[in-house]
Design a protein around this ligand. Structure first.
Ligand code: NAD
Length: 251
């Protein structure tokens, strides 16, 4: 119970990796806020079933009014905010295509949610974390930007931006006792990826082959690193990006 008494917000927590993080944080004793544009009922019930306390919110991370409300509701319900996992993103719905076929609108939509959304959520929780004199922000990047993965350049660029934001914000708010780190998952067989594969079986096999550990990545492979960054064990670590991909990308 490394997070007993703590409150953690997980954006994009209705399904997939976000839901897995929320369930993992809850098992460690945290009270969890899941914030998503999707229906959060299933995730909420899954957390309650394992005995956890959860607040489920309809939140659009790209809308400042909505992110401020998210922070406000978390404070009203649980009295504090200790951890923010910026996991919400436009990802599984992306149809891969060459960069010159991408419209300006597609570019804007992905940058607005994945990058501006991360910024807005950090901004929303900051006053409370500052007041508490401590906080843990964990931004979800991706292994794709290490590799320059092709055919979803808007996504790859947004996840590179998340690393820049992580470093700059860590320097700015370390003085307030708040750590800002990023996790870069490799290609992971999350719920949405399983339901609607973005890549051919051959490409998925090639990703597994590129790793030191030659297998597919599963949501559970990420939980330990998220918990580590969320709890006191990582208290002197900030501004870092941890790649969790079985040893494919290295930096
Ligand atoms: P996913 O698409 O199922 O999860 C994204 C979640 O964000 C969904 O629940 C979605 O509803 C939510 N969301 C989208 N727009 C939102 C908005 N405006 N406001 C609030 N919530 C919003 O995909 P996933 O595989 O579970 O990925 C989760 C995270 O991990 C994403 O940040 C993704 O970029 C990252 N990631 C995934 C992989 C992978 O291979 N699965 C690899 C690297 C990084």
């Amino acid at each position: 119970m490394r997070l007993k008494g703590k409150v953690a917000i997980v954006t994009g927590g209705a399904r997939g990796l976000g839901k897995a993080y929320a369930m993992g944080l809850s098992r460690e004793g945290a009270r969890v806020v899941i914030a998503d544009v999707l229906d959060t009922k299933e995730a909420r019930q899954a957390i309650e079933k394992q005995g956890g306390e959860v607040l489920a919110l309809h939140t659009d991370v790209s809308d400042e009014k909505s992110t401020n409300e998210m922070a406000q509701r978390a404070i009203e319900s649980f009295g504090r905010i200790d951890v923010l996992i910026n996991n919400a993103a436009i990802f599984a719905s992306i149809v891969k295509k060459p960069f010159y076929e991408l419209s300006g609108q597609e570019w804007d939509d992905v940058i607005r949610v994945n990058l501006k959304g991360t910024f807005l959520c950090c901004k929303a929780v900051y006053p409370q974390m500052k007041k508490q004199g401590r906080g843990k922000i964990i931004n979800i990047s991706s292994g794709t930007w290490f590799k320059g993965a092709t055919h979803f350049i808007h996504y790859v660029t947004s996840k590179a931006g998340v690393v820049g934001l992580t470093r700059a914000l860590a320097r700015e708010i370390g003085v307030d006792g708040i750590s800002v780190n990023a996790v870069a998952p490799g290609f992971t067989l999350s719920e949405a990826v399983r339901e609607k594969p973005m890549d051919t079986d051959e490409m998925v096999r090639a990703v597994a082959e590129s790793r030191c550990f030659k297998r597919d990545e599963q949501p559970n492979d990420l939980i330990g690193t998220i918990l580590f960054l969320a709890c006191e064990d990582s208290d002197f670590i900030t501004g870092q990006t941890i790649v969790v991909d079985g040893g494919s990308a290295m930096h």
